[in-house]
Design a protein around this ligand. Structure first.
Ligand code: SAM
Length: 359
């Protein structure tokens, strides 16, 4: 099975637990780092042993870093001086103690990545990057030790999984090489437009781990980004019926948003065709997708995707509705289209759809 937006590897992990081969891709390097670490074959005991070494070495470690001046400037906004220095020491120690060739190196980078928000002034539980100067950030060493323990326990648990090692690529679904063996099943949750920039959500990790000096570069190619280059006059002819309807209605209210939505819809149409290309003749693709509103205009992502799938050659698409009950910070939009936590009549993901497409 596969996931064309594999993110942090939830589907990959479940495939492994179910004993299934897995192929997946995601454009974001932090997402694939996490996805690969989650499904690495590591032993909890070895992780704990290396963690003890890291802890012992950290006292004498250098706080010198190899970050670019731009990255430092961006990171200093989020971290106190002491947290910044502790993180630099920790990362140097991980890199000294765990060799490049070891599978544990990316696992420890993943543990490092996982504590960054808690050790920063990033507003707790915020879905968007927001600074909270009053937040009491966690201590770097303690947070790291707790994270390692959690991951070690998860590896012990996953040790019982039987599936083959997953094949996870850092790549754009629109250009990636097809899997070497076609897939019977794709299960995926696509990105949304006019939502947050996925690349920005991982910015602390992207900067610390050197994936980019300026995390905004990672928005390029990301489906749903507001960084688009589209000439709507020329491109709109390629939009399907639902796409045209939504984009033209939105254009009256907000031309910039309409262009971003048009780019998103065009990318999703191409994505549907790629899913068909990746599947066996009787394959099935399952998408979890929500609708939203922007400036009071309904953005019917689910209807657009269903139409795109049929146009791509899927014979049957069934949709079921699912209520989302466990989102702690379900965002709403105010009348101007901005996010708010206040309950407005513009909830954006109170429910979502599961589309099941058969070839
Ligand atoms: C809703 S999230 C998927 C979450 C995932 N199910 C998980 O378990 O973490 C959407 C993902 O699509 C990825 N994405 C956006 N544009 C992409 C593209 N062009 N190619 C591949 N992945 C992309 C984002 O980086 C993000 O991780």
């Amino acid at each position: 099975m596969g996931d064309v937006f594999c993110g942090c590897g939830t589907v990959a992990h479940e495939a492994r637990r179910a004993g299934l081969a897995f192929w997946g891709c995601d454009i974001n390097p932090v997402a694939t780092l996490i996805a690969k670490a989650k499904s690495a074959r590591c032993a909890g005991a070895s992780m704990r042993r290396r963690s003890a070494e890291i802890e012992a070495e950290m006292d004498g470690a250098s706080r010198a870093h190899r970050l670019s001046p731009i990255a430092v400037q961006r990171l200093q906004r989020w971290f106190s001086d002491s947290a910044f220095n502790d993180l630099a020491c920790l990362l140097n120690t991980i890199n000294d103690v765990v060799p490049h060739s070891s599978p544990y190196r990316s696992v420890f980078h993943c543990a490092f990545s996982a504590i960054l928000k808690d050790c920063s002034q990033w507003q707790q539980r915020s879905v968007k990057p927001a600074l909270d100067r009053t937040k009491v950030a966690k201590d770097v060493r303690r947070a790291f030790a707790a994270q390692v323990e959690m991951m070690a326990a998860a590896f012990d648990e996953a040790g019982k999984a039987t599936g083959p090692a997953p094949d996870i690529r850092r790549a754009n679904v629109l250009t990636v090489d097809p899997p070497s063996e076609l897939l019977d099943l794709i299960v995926t949750s696509p990105p949304y437009v006019t939502s947050y920039e996925y690349a920005d959500l991982h910015q602390l990790s992207s900067l610390w781990l050197g994936f980019a000096d300026d995390h905004r570069i990672l928005r390029q190619g990301s489906i749903g980004t507001f960084e688009y280059e589209i000439d709507l006059r020329r491109a709109h002819t390629a939009l399907n019926r639902t796409g045209k309807q939504v984009v033209f209605t939105l254009y009256e209210q907000d031309p910039a948003a309409a262009r971003a939505v048009a780019q998103y819809f065009l990318d999703m149409q191409k994505m549907a065709a790629r899913c068909r290309e990746f599947l066996t003749a009787e394959g099935v693709a399952i998408f979890v997708i929500g609708n939203t509103r922007y400036r009071d205009v309904p953005i019917d992502n689910a209807a657009h995707l269903a139409e795109s799938l049929l146009e791509a050659g899927f014979k049957r698409v069934r949709a079921t509705r699912r209520r989302i009950s466990n989102k702690s910070a379900t965002p709403f939009r105010d009348a101007a289209g901005r996010y708010t936590r206040l309950r407005t009549r513009n909830p954006i993901y109170a429910e979502e759809f599961v589309l099941i497409a058969h070839l």
